[in-house]
Design a protein around this ligand. Structure first.
Ligand code: GLP
Length: 238
């Protein structure tokens, strides 16, 4: 089933999204949370930080990471997650896994990440954003619907969209490690967060168009438990 909530703004999205995480904490002794980067989930993290919850027993897995950034780069998703999630929410850094984009052998790092995720018993609640081209994590159009964590090349659309976080486009990495669509589909509950008019078209395509690799986010239609929280602008096409 798919539940769609429309909220007026980022504050509404943050408050409602945080409530799903709070319910997870109440229901599970050892909750496993899937973390997303990008701007869409940020209000959820901000809101969670104000609730004063004890998140120290949460285990968390990130969706993706750039490959080949200089060590200690502030644009790496490991750094972003540390800054925006782990510290403000008081997660235990030892329980937070991000694919190792600095590994000598990134393909091996991708496999190791997938194994660690499997051994954890799987993600209970996976936060997700959607890219302008319908990507989920860094699964670009054309990604197999049953793919696992692997090394991928970033599309030029995505490099340009993410250039805003870098000094210039040339510094945006060309490769990444990303959870696969098959990996994401195994999470027990998917929570998609979408903001802004610019995402209205792709959100409509993902939820109501054909399920195929041209729009990776269309796999949401195959999942038994999906919640979408969209602001009014993003939901305007539905
Ligand atoms: C990046 C991330 C995705 C994210 C997407 C959308 O490419 N790898 O996981 O969903 O951007 O980001 P935003 O929420 O900023 O639009």
């Amino acid at each position: 089933t798919l539940a769609l909530y429309t909220v007026p703004d980022a504050a509404g999205l943050g408050a409602l999204g945080a409530s799903f995480v709070e319910v997870l904490l109440r229901d599970r002794p050892e909750p496993v949370l899937g973390l997303a980067t990008g701007s869409s989930p940020v209000p959820v993290y901000r809101h969670l930080a104000t609730r004063g919850l004890d998140l120290s027993r949460v285990r968390a897995f990130a969706l993706d990471e750039y490959v080949g950034l200089p060590a200690g780069s502030e644009q790496s998703y490991a750094a972003v997650i540390d800054r925006e999630v782990v510290r403000p929410l008081g997660l235990d850094p030892g329980r937070v896994a991000v694919p190792d984009g600095g590994a000598e052998d990134p393909a091996q790092a991708a496999d190791a990440f997938e194994r660690r995720l499997e051994q954890s018993g799987g993600v209970d609640l996976q936060l997700l954003g959607i890219g302008h081209n319908g990507h989920l994590a860094f699964n670009e159009p054309g990604s197999p619907l049953d793919s696992r964590t692997r090394v991928e090349r970033l599309s030029e659309t995505t490099r340009r969209a993410n250039a805003r976080f870098f000094p210039s486009l040339t510094e945006v990495p060309r490769f990444c490690i990303t959870q696969g669509l098959g990996t994401i589909r195994r999470a027990r509950h998917l929570l998609l967060l979408v903001r802004g008019k610019g995402k209205a078209g792709i959100l409509e395509r993902a939820l109501t168009g054909p399920v195929d690799a041209d729009c990776p986010a269309s796999i949401l239609q195959l999942h038994p438990r999906v919640t979408v929280i969209a602001d009014e602008a993003a939901a305007s096409g539905l």
